[in-house]
Design a protein around this ligand. Structure first.
Ligand code: NI
Length: 380
């Protein structure tokens, strides 16, 4: 077993390994192998789930208590790193630009600390090292197993470069949005650019749909509910004197409340279909549902705030975001709480200069271990 300083050095060195070896969603093979190796070395039990990538481990407490889980996502992004760190990515064009390397090491550190104190631990803690978070549906791979069957509550963490080390962002209620994607194909009739009356031009139809979609936010959704629609692709035609046959609109809808999500899909379909008909065109709407909104359970948020203060962290209200996290899929099954951990102010996540201040690693692991273990005195 390590002393506190040795453990910190070990965690930082393993963190740097993960940072240097980023792997994209569902390709996290070396990452998986490394997580297994570190956990096994520390005597932590790995549960035999047949995952292609990702690991589920458990620390079994000696006393009776509730089973809890910690979700740590493990995948990286197709971003070219520009941090200038000595341990920068050695995989060209790939980077841990969302801090999932930090999530991995905080989870490992927490597991090691709890394993060392399992005699005092009431209940079991499962560690879910989840692949594919950046696809927004990686959690579904984990949910294909029965890992949550006996779990009463789940915790999630995220690196937060808008806060200093020592600051945690926690709040009750919605913290990230439901993420949905749509593709609208408008079918008109192509013709000569000088004779639009010979066809049905899909471009003005698409333009009218783009305008009308924004009214869902301002006219249909309760003004106190966060929601947005962004049309991010508008494609039609390939030359200057031919009216094309079709136009394609693609984009994303973000909502927090369940009923707003349902309403939004209905309105997107209605606007696309009826606007097209009004112009004499046809439309096809494909709605691709992503993850739901994450919602922090009130009791868990309160518990995590009290423990943060106990551990010397200062707590700020977590900023809500219309970004998404597939952590929400777990919360459809059991209560959860998603905590933002200040990793030092700097470039935002998904940017090439994003980096994590290593001094946060051990305190974050200790905080999580105390939170889930309910152990108040020093862990190491
Ligand atoms: Ni992330």
């Amino acid at each position: 077993m390590y002393n506190r300083k040795e453990l910190e050095e070990k965690l930082i060195s393993d963190f740097e390994w993960f940072h240097m070896h980023p792997e994209l969603s569902y390709e996290e093979n070396k990452t998986t192998e490394k997580i297994r190796e570190i956990l096994t070395e520390s005597g932590i039990e790995i549960l035999p789930y047949p995952l292609e990538t990702g690991v589920i481990a458990i620390v079994r407490g000696s006393k009776n208590g509730p089973v809890q889980a910690l979700r740590c996502d493990i995948d990286a992004l197709p971003v070219k790193e520009e941090t200038g760190l000595t341990y920068a990515s050695c995989c060209e064009g790939k980077m841990h630009a969302c801090g999932h390397d930090f999530h991995i090491i905080a989870g490992i550190g927490c597991a090691v600390l709890l394993q060392g104190r399992k005699d005092e631990l009431a209940g079991d803690v499962k560690f879910i090292f989840q692949p594919g978070e950046e696809t927004s549906v990686g959690a579904l791979k984990i949910l294909e197993t029965d890992v949550l069957a006996d779990v009463e509550q789940i915790w999630g963490i995220h690196a937060d470069p808008t806060n200093d080390v020592g600051v945690l962002g926690i709040r009750e209620g919605y913290v990230t949005a439901a993420v949905d994607r749509f593709v609208i194909t408008i079918k008109g009739t192509g013709c000569h650019g000088a004779h639009p009356d010979d066809g049905t031009d899909p471009i003005p139809v698409a333009a009218a749909i783009v305008q009308a979609l924004q009214t869902v936010v301002t006219r249909n959704i309760n003004a106190f509910h966060p929601a947005l629609v962004s049309v991010t692709r508008f494609q039609a035609g390939n030359t200057w004197n031919v009216i094309p046959e079709s136009a394609v609109l693609e984009g994303t809808v973000r909502t927090m409340e369940r009923e707003d999500r349902i309403l939004f899909e209905k309105r997107v379909r209605e606007i696309a279909l009826h606007t097209s008909h009004a112009f004499g065109a046809e439309a096809e709407v494909e709605w691709i549902a992503g993850c739901p909104a994450t919602y922090n359970d009130g009791g868990m948020a309160e518990e995590s705030i009290l423990m943060a203060e106990e551990c010397g962290f200062s707590v700020v209200p977590e900023e809500s975001s219309l970004g998404g996290d597939d952590f929400a899929f777990y919360e459809e099954k059991i209560p959860g709480c998603y905590i933002k951990i200040g990793t030092g102010k700097g470039e935002r996540i998904h940017q090439p200069g994003f980096q994590v201040d290593e001094s946060v690693i051990l305190p974050a692991a200790e905080y999580l271990a105390k939170l889930m273990g309910g152990i108040m005195n020093n862990l190491i």
